[in-house]
Design a protein. Structure first.
Lengths: 184, 184
DNA sequence: GGTTGCATGTAAATGGTTACATGATTGT
DNA sequence: ACAATCATGTAACCATTTACATGCAACC
């Protein structure tokens, strides 16, 4: 899904500014299965505006910068609904943490511990932020929210139960990476 | 992690051609937490070769196209180990499936069913492909492999247990998306 | 006869991130 | 005084994807 479609999706929940769209994507009570930065959201909103998929209204706020609040138009709703019927790309997940932990034997013990604890904390925080009120949230969104929670909990659980395996000094003598040595 | 680092990582396991590197990333017994296509792998290998991080040897095969087998050099090992100590980008996950299911109310029942069943099947297959032999696999790789399995299993479990919630006809009358209607 | 698998590679286009620019207000 | 939050936007840069090009062998 490109950023334009993601913006339309967020606007299906109600009017919002570019700034607010980004906040919802990264801080909202929902799993971050789609992301976007300012550098892509603002151009996307302008393009959507030109195409008549959204309308824009500037709202002056006392003591704050003015913001541009966007609303999805009927044409935008149709475009959005149709984009839900198009091809579905397969999931893509990339994790530097897991990539590094994959090669745990090449790391010294403190680095290993730091990485795994950071990683666990990241998902623990995410779970915490996802514990918001879900009244009024439609069933589809709830389903996805619940799936996110289930998966993140499984990850945290696994990390808690297997952390020691990775930190035990015994793995240091591994000969798996012939030629490789722990780097400081 | 850029594709160059990913290639070095795969070559830490042993010599391989560009084609084989790609196969390992997408079909290997390991979770796909890093991906790369031919279009990025081949240029990466050439750059690594020029930089002295890998060496290349052409292997002629009877009845098959010749392949270029790459080996990581000592300099490559050092570069790789160092890259494991650099900044760790946070995970990024994007899913068209979850994005679409998030807006389940906008979809007709057959499409909803198709999406969710496809999604479940995708992860069920992945779990199946991950059940390979792990003897000789280093502890770090095992840890990541196990984490992947745990997470994918949690996802499949959740889907099985909540599938009906999403398919029940009751959600069709939802007023959540005022102005929106299921599209055919 | 058509598709899949093996095998490499280039070029263009896409899409997104990063860095920069601006500026007021609120909290520490 | 300094950092963070609110708020928008542009431009350069980067990485990756997609499409194209080539060709043989095996299988159905």
């Amino acid at each position: 899904m490109d950023v334009k479609t993601v913006c339309l999706g967020v606007l299906m929940f109600g009017d919002a500014s570019g700034y607010e769209i980004r906040k919802m994507l990264e801080e909202g009570p929902f799993p971050h299965f789609q992301e976007a930065g300012f550098g892509s959201i603002y151009p996307a909103l302008r393009a959507l505006s030109r195409a008549g998929q959204v309308t824009c209204q500037e709202v002056v706020q006392p003591g704050r910068p003015a913001k541009k609040v966007y609303s999805i138009t009927p044409a935008g709703r149709i475009t959005f609904a149709r984009s839900l019927l198009g091809d579905t790309a397969r999931d893509r997940y990339r994790s530097d943490y897991l990539f590094k932990l994959f090669f745990a034997e090449l790391l010294d013990a403190p680095t290993r511990a730091r990485l795994i604890d950071e990683y666990g904390a990241l998902y623990r925080d995410l779970i915490g932020r996802m514990k918001g009120d879900l009244t009024g949230v439609p069933e589809g969104a709830r389903f996805v929210h619940g799936l996110g929670l289930a998966v993140y909990r499984a990850a945290v659980d696994y990390i808690d139960r297997n952390r020691d395996r990775l930190l035990s000094p015994s793995i240091e003598e591994s000969t798996a990476w012939s030629g490789g040595e722990a780097v400081k």
